[in-house]
Design a protein around this ligand. Structure first.
Ligand code: NAD
Ligand code: UD1
Length: 333
């Protein structure tokens, strides 16, 4: 049985990926400092899979705990989720973001080098694509960023390609997620951000449970189907399956590649709201307001590479995503 180290294991995507790995016969060794997640996620994972994550509560910035994990477990591959992810906050606290996201990743890569572990999967983002690229985004398109958070992703991608240049035995997939939403069908794990949500689906959920009065729609004068922003929403369980396929791939290959994980389809803010209302039976009050700084009108993924290299395609549609997000949130009010 292969031993997979999952950083950020109790977070939104890390928890769903841990479920997928356990259900497919892999051992999961998890680390998280619980900065943005709760320990009870571990019992939900155990309830869903009948298996447990070997969990270390700790910080990836602490080399001694990483070393302890590598000494106590024969790690075959690392899937690295742990990071800060709030774009706006990264503008306020750039040093914290560069330290956690870039130095934290360097710490892990150093420890992997010490223990001769050369298989790595990195949580990158569609945010690495320059906003002037045509859509759909292809993996070789120009990269840039508009926030410190985005730059942490661009920088780590650069570091990973430099490592491969220096060591041809290194094997890495950088998965560029588009907009992950939804939750596990059990309703036991999902996304429940602390504080005011930055992203659309968690905000819609807050309005649905009357935690907030209305959704601010950031602009209705974009050049899109109905004037509101269009994004490629992708179910978190599909994202988790993408990690399983990427992990199988790195275990038998060498190289460093970036791969998009999206559905290849765009959905506008108003289309997502309408779909959520239909599947939940809840009215989502909206208020049209000004554009959000840094937003663009429309982007979605070209998914050819994920299909050709990983044999991966999304399975869930927008209705599944809305229903699963709703089922999770109403069970966690
Ligand atoms: P999340 O916040 O739910 O999970 C991240 C986990 O990492 C949290 O549980 C947090 O406590 C932990 N963590 C953070 N810093 C840590 C540290 N120094 N040491 C140990 N644990 C630490 O976020 P998520 O949505 O699951 O995102 C996972 C990864 O995917 C992140 O790297 C994020 O940048 C990337 N990503 C997310 C999205 C998205 O929309 N969710 C989109 C693109 C990329
Ligand atoms: C955001 C991040 C991006 C990250 C991505 C996936 C920003 C600027 N960008 O992108 O780096 O990779 O999430 O996690 O935060 N919207 C509203 N009202 C809201 C919230 C959002 O109208 O309260 C609109 C936005 O204008 C956008 C769409 O909904 O058109 C999706 O927004 P969001 O969920 O924040 O994702 P992205 O903007 O794609």
């Amino acid at each position: 049985m292969k031993n997979i180290l999952v950083t950020g294991a109790t977070g939104f995507i890390g928890s769903h990926t841990s479920v997928e790995l356990l259900e497919n016969g892999y051992n999961v060794i998890g680390i998280d400092n619980l900065y943005n997640s709760d320990k009870d996620v571990l019992s939900s994972i155990e309830y869903i899979t009948g298996k447990s994550v070997k969990f270390y509560e700790g910080d990836i910035l602490d080399y001694s705990i990483l070393k302890k994990i590598f000494l106590e477990n024969n790690i075959d591959c690392v899937i690295h989720f742990a990071a800060f992810k709030a774009v706006g906050e990264s503008v306020e606290k750039p040093l914290d973001y560069y330290y956690n996201n870039v130095s934290g990743t360097l710490n892990i890569l150093n420890c992997m080098r010490e223990f001769n572990c050369k298989k790595f999967i990195y949580s990158s983002s569609a945010t690495v694509y320059d906003k002037d690229n045509p859509i759909p985004y292809l993996e070789h398109y120009k990269k840039s960023a508009t926030s410190p958070y985005g730059y942490t992703k661009v920088m780590v991608e650069q570091i990973l390609s430099d490592i491969y240049v220096s060591d041809k035995d290194f094997s890495c997939v950088m998965l560029r997620y588009f907009n992950p939403i939804g939750a596990h069908k059990s309703g036991l794990i999902g996304e429940n951000p602390k504080g005011v949500p930055n992203n659309l689906m968690p905000y819609i959920c807050d309005v649905a449970i009357s935690k907030r009065e209305f959704l601010n729609v950031f602009g209705n004068d974009y050049n899109t189907v109905d004037g509101t922003g269009v994004r490629d929403y992708v179910h978190v369980v599909d994202i988790a399956r993408g990690h399983l396929e990427a992990m199988k791939y790195v275990l038998i290959s060498k190289g460093n590649i970036g791969i998009n994980l999206g559905t290849g389809k765009g959905t506008s803010v108003l289309e997502l709201v309408e779909c959520f209302e239909r599947v939940s039976g809840k009215k989502i009050n909206i208020r049209i307001c000004g554009r959000r700084d840094g937003d663009i009108d429309e982007f979605y993924a070209d998914t050819t590479k994920a299909r050709e290299i990983l044999g991966w395609e999304s399975r869930f549609d927008i209705e599944d995503m809305c229903l699963d997000s709703w089922n999770y949130i109403k069970a966690h009010i």
